[in-house]
Design a protein around this ligand. Structure first.
Ligand code: NAI
Ligand code: MG
Length: 334
């Protein structure tokens, strides 16, 4: 049997994007080498704010055809100080997510070993969440809600605690949010083994801070989950570790994996960007490609390196991006 060879499109884009994507590719190459059961081939796509400033467009016209030839996309971050954020975001990232039907945005959060939560009483293990964000604009349809609901129930079902919390604001936003509530309870009938509960978004922020251990899988609309997942990243210690996956669960299109953080102009070029968020999303990419064991092994190496205290400044350490990357590569290959 020939071993699978996955084609990965890398789009490092702006700011610290190229620094963390380089680091991500280095650990992915190491894990492929270590395991020897699959290949990863990377093509670098130079779609960025520089391209926009030179040509007036972030993307070539046939960008969807180009991307559809890949098994997955590894994305850095987009955003430049001299381009308005709504132009950069819609010009590149959303111009990929939306037409490729990446409607499920999955955001895992965990307190990694060797790091700490700003919550004084929160120990590793007490905060282990996955937030599912609907990757669509604020127009709600029964079909759209049903597919994200089913996805979230299946994800909750696959985790040991089988708990799903859905977040809306149906007391105040009485059209779209009431529809969400209705569809969630309807879909719940197909998942009797998943324990479902409902929170209003304002009360949810309080619960995340006071009772992090009471939550597991969370699903919410685009805007609510955007805000909650930044809170989640902060509660887990740093935005520099938080991964995100933009999935097309139908698998008709490639899915896109990226760190949650942006292009971080304030630290660009300093060599201190935390690559852990990109490592984590790379592990999720492997899992999505069907290489879960490789993904788990990659995350185990990341945790081992964190435990040893080899961390960047945002996590209270003093290691550089390159030092953390080299340590993870070494851990994988040992
Ligand atoms: P940001 O995430 O780039 O930075 C926020 C703060 O976190 C900064 O102090 C930064 O130094 C720090 N930080 C971020 N990532 C880090 C890492 N890996 N290691 C260590 N520290 C890290 O968010 P900000 O400043 O609001 O946005 C900057 C640009 O990025 C804007 O143009 C924004 O639109 C864009 N952006 C793009 C995103 C994407 O491509 N998905 C997501 C968020 C923002
Ligand atoms: Mg955000």
């Amino acid at each position: 049997v020939r071993k699978p060879a996955y084609k990965i499109a890398s789009i490092p884009a702006d700011g610290i994007g190229p620094e963390v994507v380089d680091a991500g590719i280095a650990v992915l190459k190491a894990i492929a080498k270590k395991r020897g059961t699959f290949e990863l081939n990377f093509d670098h796509l130079d779609w960025s704010s520089d391209r926009y400033k030179q040509t007036g467009s972030y993307l070539p016209e046939n960008h969807l055809d180009i991307l559809r030839a890949y098994d997955a996309i590894l994305f850095g971050a987009v955003g430049a100080p001299d381009v308005p954020d709504h132009i950069s975001l819609w010009g590149l990232r959303l111009a990929i997510c939306q037409p490729l039907q990446q409607y499920a945005n999955v955001r895992r959060t965990r307190v990694l070993p060797g790091t700490s939560s700003p919550l004084a009483n929160c120990k590793p293990g007490q905060l282990d969440w996955v937030i599912v964000r609907e990757n669509k604009v604020a127009i709600f349809t029964r079909t759209g809600i049903r597919r994200i609901a089913r996805f979230a129930f299946q994800l909750a079902q696959s985790r040991p605690r089988k708990m799903l919390t859905f977040v809306t604001k149906s007391n105040a936003q009485r059209s779209g949010m009431v529809l969400w509530d209705e569809v969630m309870y309807e879909v719940a009938k197909d998942f009797p083994d998943v324990k479902l509960d409902h929170m209003l978004v304002d009360a949810m922020t309080v619960r995340m801070v006071l009772h992090p251990e009471s939550l597991d899988t969370i699903v919410a609309t685009n805007l609510h989950a955007d805000i909650l997942s930044d809170l989640a990243a902060a509660l887990a210690g740093s935005i520099g570790i938080a991964p995100t996956a933009n999935l097309d669960p139908s698998r008709k299109n490639p899915s896109m994996f990226e760190p949650i953080h942006g292009s971080a102009f304030d630290i660009t070029g300093m060599g201190i960007a935390n690559p852990v968020a990109t490592f984590w999303t790379a592990a999720e990419m492997l899992e999505w490609l069907g290489e879960k064991e490789a993904g788990d092994q990659l995350m185990a190496a990341v945790e081992e390196v964190c435990k040893k205290g080899i961390k960047t400044r945002d996590l209270g350490g003093n290691a550089t991006t390159k030092e953390v990357t080299a340590a993870v590569v070494q851990e994988i290959l040992k």
